[in-house]
Design a protein around this ligand. Sequence first.
Ligand code: SAH
Length: 187
Amino acid sequence: MLEDKDFIKSCDVPGPTKEAIRAIIIYKSGVTSDDKVVDCGCGTGGITCEFSQRAREVIAIDTNPEAIEMTSKNLEKFGLKDNVTLINDNGANALKDIDDVDIAIVGGSGRELENILDIVHEKLNSKGRIIITAILVDTKVEAINKLKDLGYNPKIMEVNVSNGRVLDRGIMMISENPIAIITAKKR
Ligand code: SAH
């Protein structure tokens, strides 16, 4: 796994998704070197960079041009640009031109999660997997309900990670914000 501290960051772009969360996402996705992955809402490129190392192809999408720039810089920093296409557009729009997706990650959707999930569902192949990361309770509920409507059997895992900071007097545990990882497979 790449380390959080090695990513180039910007105060205008959220991310990277923390290392422990990226590790769970990679594990849950079951990614192989044959897979075509879409990262909708790529932010700083945390997830894009991890999948770029393991998948055949990654398409990273973000509405924010600065996010695309940050993802591009991080890919370059880690020497990973070859198998990644960057698209500066709304996820729902960009997905219209993409087919035969093995893994769709939705890390950002604005107020368009339902719309994006409709299109993701259409574009996933028969082995397709969806992974949504959600911080807001409302997004978690919306994601689960929409996946159920689309005929999936969604799973949700709430992850609370704390990292130790070693002080003179002992070790202080500092918590990261809780995040849900919602997963579903075509069936
Ligand atoms: N996983 C990323 C962080 C994602 S933050 C990382 O590791 O760095 C969420 C991102 O989703 C933001 O950059 C935001 O601009 C983007 N976003 C929000 N709504 C979107 C939409 N409808 N389509 C594409 N990107 C979107």
